[in-house]
Design a protein around this ligand. Structure first.
Ligand code: ZN
Length: 234
């Protein structure tokens, strides 16, 4: 746990860029299995290859409650495969696909999950998004961040721009050119979710963010200005 944000910020920057062996905890939240992988799979891999610990925390299992258990099981197997490729651990909040609840009870339940993980850095959906599950987890993360006294670095990511994420203007970029094939594998591990269509859109965004930042491909983020500085791999 970070005690004082200003004091620890330089160390975090050095550690994230591989200048230290100390391990950081990174939690990447998403409305559904696949969202963290599509939005920031390259960045997750770059962080885990530096030795940092990553948890993919999904709001739900990707299927509505009336789905057969075998379908839910299939989605969870896909998430397990994707997480393994990114050297991350999958975890679930336990809400229902398409029926996200944001109220006081769920704020408290979610905060307890985040406090238990005790992250240095959290990624979540940008809140202006057409999918209610994405907006929900963004609000849950923000509330946890406030109640935990803004102790972890908070980054927002983009996914399925135009269809989901809207009006996203990045503050940070991560070069994913070299590890894009592994990111692609992680996204395609979600074989039931039309990866040909979804990945084509996300890859177009990665190429555009690459043009903006001077790379072949990049992932882009918005860091909350009041959260501790964290040096993403450049
Ligand atoms: Zn989603």
């Amino acid at each position: 746990m970070l005690a004082a944000t200003a004091a620890v910020a330089p160390a975090l920057v050095r550690e994230a860029q591989g200048e230290s062996t100390s391990k950081l905890k990174v939690v990447i939240t998403g409305g559904h299995p696949g969202d963290p992988e599509y939005g920031c799979g390259g960045t997750i891999l770059r962080l885990t290859e530096l030795g940092h610990e990553a948890v993919l925390l999904y709001l739900n299992q990707g299927e509505p409650v009336e789905s057969a258990a075998r379908i839910i099981g299939y989605r969870m197997e896909e998430a397990k495969k994707a997480s393994a490729i990114l050297k991350a651990r999958p975890a679930y909040v336990g809400q229902i696909d398409g029926n996200a609840v944001v109220d006081q009870l769920h704020y408290v339940q979610f905060r307890e999950i985040v406090e238990k993980e005790n992250p240095n850095v959290v990624f979540t959906h940008w809140p202006i998004d057409n999918h209610a599950d994405h907006r929900a987890i963004s609000m849950l993360v923000y509330d946890a961040w406030l109640h935990m006294r803004k102790q972890f670095s908070l980054f927002y990511y983009e996914v399925s721009n135009g269809e989901d994420t809207q009006q996203f203007t990045p503050s940070d970029y991560v070069d994913i050119s070299a590890i894009e094939p592994k990111k692609r594998l992680a996204c395609y591990a979600h074989a039931s979710q039309a990866p040909d269509k979804c990945y084509a859109l996300q890859d177009a965004v990665a190429r555009w963010r690459g043009i903006e930042s001077g790379h072949t491909r990049a992932e882009a983020f918005i860091r909350h200005f009041q959260s501790p500085r964290f040096g993403l791999p450049v």
